[in-house]
Design a protein around this ligand. Sequence first.
Ligand code: MN
Length: 214
Amino acid sequence: MAFTLPALPYDFSALEPVIDTQTMQIHHGKHHQAYVTNLNNAIAGKAELESKSAEDLIRNLAAVPDGVRGAVRNNGGGHVNHSMFWQIMAPKGTGGGEPTGPLADAIKTAFGSLGDFKARLQDAGVKRFGSGWAWLIVKDGQLAVTSTANQDNPMMAESILAPTGATSGRPILGVDVWEHAYYLKYQNRRPDYLAAWWDVVNWAKVGELFAAGH
Ligand code: MN
């Protein structure tokens, strides 16, 4: 079964004014589509790879043949990363606000306060040189912040991530800091994009992802 581009769970304009309509159209329809197409091309005809989920492919890159490992890392990662990204955002009203329940408690335990967590995530995103992502992960039962390069994902093995300064864990929130995610509206102002992004975070969905691992 070839991988397919998942539909956005809201309109392209739904995240305005935090993320503009044109950025959403290009980001979803061109960038995410390209990761899907390139992932399909990389594994075409390789039955042992075609039978796996994208998550399984990137969790165990050692099982992917040398010749396509890089393509699966980049494009499988791109597909998994963006599939989560669309889900953990929502229009203002549903998005934004504060987490509740066990997730809110875990954030306080790990970081001291929601504000301290936000500062940590924004700092990770700002300091990721070039392109990548900043993440909230569950690692050894605790919440932690990390950032990955390019389209790497924290579910990749520690041996893959460590040389890039990232750490592995189970991702429950990720923010895209590639220029394609913000440049049309924010140009060079990545910190402004990251600060505004909290207004469209779907905390209910992040809470579900947190709970799913328990
Ligand atoms: Mn992206």
